[in-house]
Design a protein around this ligand. Structure first.
Ligand code: 9D3
Length: 248
């Protein structure tokens, strides 16, 4: 798959693409990321990419022309009709189901906005979909674009270890739908706190039951909405319900 990222700050992506478990996916081209800077396609000596808003008001607006020229350049390299995705606070919130769809597709053109926004005429004619990260204010679309690329790269075959692939299921309601359990590593006692004894017992049945109970209780406490989804999907056993009833 190929993702073209349109950004005024391509340098932000370089370290992101070169570290961690996703590095191999990006460097091998399994998830092929190309960066384009609209400034290179802006006209005039000053190569302006933004201008003042018609009607007045604070801030600047990204001009349509440099974005359009960037798209022409990208479309000439891609021999497909990849959708243009704009990261924007008015978009649909990104979730696991969407990430799964993107990770099974052939890519997209990811447009990162800066300043107050983008000339609406460009959005109306060129943008297919808008995606938000949630109801809080960022400075631009670069961090959301990296979030999507990171989540998509993790789902590529061979990127995650078996353990991680399994843990990932906690956001997949079709498989499980519960939050992850707490994790502990050496030493057995740290700052006066011992690791739960069951994890040191070597009794795998007990350990599995303890982890399931932790996941049920954590989900009930922190994400009752996810617990309700798991319940209506028939993913809770009688024993699960008994544990939950005991811990209200
Ligand atoms: C504070 C300025 N806001 C109106 C008074 C409008 C505004 C413009 C530009 C708010 C945010 C931004 C930049 N944000 C993004 O490009 C963005 C974003 C976000 O801010 N929150 C969550 N998801 C996203 S995706 C892109």
């Amino acid at each position: 798959m190929r993702f073209d990222v349109v950004t005024l700050f391509p340098e932000l992506f370089v370290p992101f693409l070169s570290v961690g478990i996703t590095r191999r996916a990006f460097e091998s081209g399994q998830v092929d990321v190309h960066l384009s800077n609209p400034r290179e396609f802006a006209s005039g000596n000053y190569r302006r990419v933004d201008d003042r808003p018609f009607g007045g008001g604070p801030g600047m607006v990204m001009m349509a022309q440099p974005l359009e020229q960037t798209l022409v350049h990208i479309r000439a390299q891609r021999h497909d009709t990849a959708p243009v995705v704009l990261f924007s606070p008015i978009g649909q919130r990104l979730d696991h189901a969407q990430v799964q769809r993107w990770s099974a597709g052939s890519g997209a053109i990811l447009l990162c906005g800066r300043y107050e926004g983008i000339d609406q005429r460009f959005i109306d004619t060129q943008v297919n979909q808008q995606i938000s990260l949630g109801d809080f204010v960022l400075s631009g679309g670069e961090v959301p674009a990296m979030a999507l690329l990171d989540a998509v790269a993790r789902l590529q075959p061979g990127v995650l270890s078996d353990a991680d692939s399994h843990a990932m299921d906690s956001f997949n309601p079709a498989l499980d739908g519960l939050l992850d359990c707490p994790h502990y590593t050496r030493p057995e006692e740290w700052a006066g706190q011992r690791v739960p004894e069951v994890l040191l017992s070597g009794n795998h049945a007990h350990i599995e039951r303890w982890r399931r109970d932790q996941r049920l209780q954590l989900t009930a406490q922190h994400r009752p909405d996810l617990l309700a989804v798991a319940r209506s999907a028939g993913l809770l056993t009688e024993q699960d319900e008994a544990v939950l009833a005991q811990n209200i």
